[in-house]
Write a protein that binds this ligand. Structure first.
Ligand code: HEM
Length: 347
């Protein structure tokens, strides 16, 4: 069967595709940063607890429920923009994954509830039960992350959709050699940013032990990730790899900017300056999200070009959306201002 015949027709979009791509990359960067801070600090807290040091897991445990809520909320935005521009691929991969994909909602609920219990019933639980609950919640989030990697890679390979027609409904993208380094790259990056989050928490609380531990994990994980990144690059199809090696100037420059920024970030990390490192981490994650977007564009090139999708030029609803973003952003900023003011009063 010709895989191209399996790709649904692209729906017309209301405004120029570049708007949605930019919003997709920006909101995805925010999603990943929060996901990293949440999951990475939970993993490090757990590793410390396994060595008998409980103070970090207790401190990050207090932050996990709001961080998880923000990760989910900031995931909705890129999901919507992804579906606007690439829905004819992403809806298909979601359907092909079937139960694996649907289970994400329930597993996420379990992890969310687990973190809430850990925070609010800490004293009422024994140590073993506490760690089992926390550990299984972390495992649940690793499952969610792996499902996202599966969906985001399966959507890129219509030539890998065939098993569905051989009677294998609900399958994962195991046959793709790029998924392993891709997922590992994401998860090692998660540990790095999680370490940075622990260090920032330490700086905020005046706890030098957290700063030291967090920066230790950040620098080690980042060095490991430079190697995993190279593995990811060489695991890509040759056509995509060559595009990053000079074949496509914008793709090559984006990756080069990401690697350069990662280098500066690492230097700031070794100087044990969490705030400066965090600023470079935001820049690095943004460039890497752009490079990841190039990976998607290049993978899909033989099947689909976003420029060919019809545009209906209905800008009215789009301006309404932008108006709500600005007004909503202003209201959130005002609420945060009131919140911090009231906290000062209480202190
Ligand atoms: C809280 C647990 C979550 C974790 C650990 C997580 C993790 C991840 C990871 C690792 C990726 C990158 C996958 C890859 O490209 O290989 C990703 C992408 C993504 N996540 Fe999340 N995610 C979580 C929750 C959510 C939720 C609840 C949503 C939506 C409601 C969401 C929306 C997205 C979207 C749309 C992308 C892809 C964006 C793009 O391709 O540009 N995530 N997530």
């Amino acid at each position: 069967m010709n895989p191209a015949s399996l790709i649904p027709l692209a729906e017309p979009i209301p405004v120029h595709w570049a708007w949605f791509d930019v919003l997709l990359i920006v909101t995805f960067t925010a999603h990943v940063l929060f996901m990293n801070a949440m999951l990475g600090s939970a993993v490090i807290g757990l590793a410390q607890a396994a060595r008998g040091r409980d103070s970090l897991i207790r401190a990050v445990g207090m932050k996990l429920p709001p961080l998880l809520a923000l990760t989910i909320n900031l995931g909705v935005a890129p999901l919507l923009f992804l579906q606007v521009n690439y829905g004819n691929f992403d809806y298909v991969s979601s359907v092909l994954m079937g139960g694996w994909w649907l289970a994400v909602v329930f597993v996420l609920l379990y992890s969310y509830y687990g973190f809430y219990l850990y925070k609010f019933k800490y004293e009422a639980m024994g140590k073993t039960l506490r760690l089992a609950l926390f550990g299984s919640s972390v495992l649940g989030l690793l499952y969610v992350a792996f499902m996202f990697s599966n969906n985001m890679t399966l959507m890129l390979r219509p030539d890998g959709w065939q098993p569905y027609f051989d009677g294998h409904g609900g399958f994962l993208n195991w046959r793709d050699p790029a998924i392993y380094p891709r997922f590992l790259h994401m998860m090692v990056g998660t540990v790095a940013v999680g370490g940075l989050f622990a260090a920032l928490l330490g700086r905020h609380k005046g706890n030098e032990e957290f700063v030291e531990t967090g920066m230790w994990w950040f620098t080690r994980a980042t060095i490991v990730n430079l190697a995993v990144g190279v593995w990811f690059l060489v695991a890509l199809p040759t056509r995509v790899l060559l595009a990053f090696m000079g074949g496509s100037l914008p793709a090559t420059l984006t990756l080069a900017a990401g690697v350069l920024s990662a280098g500066v970030m690492l230097v700031a990390g070794f100087r044990a300056d969490p705030r400066r490192t965090a600023a470079w981490a935001v820049i690095t994650v943004f460039f890497m999200a752009c490079a990841r977007h190039w990976v998607r564009t290049l993978y899909l090139e033989p099947w689909f070009k976003i420029e060919t999708v019809p545009v209906t030029n209905q800008y009215g609803s789009f301006y309404l959306f932008l108006g709500f973003v600005v007004a909503g952003g202003g209201l959130v900023a005002y609420m945060l201002k009131l919140y911090f003011k009231s906290r000062q009063g209480r202190a």
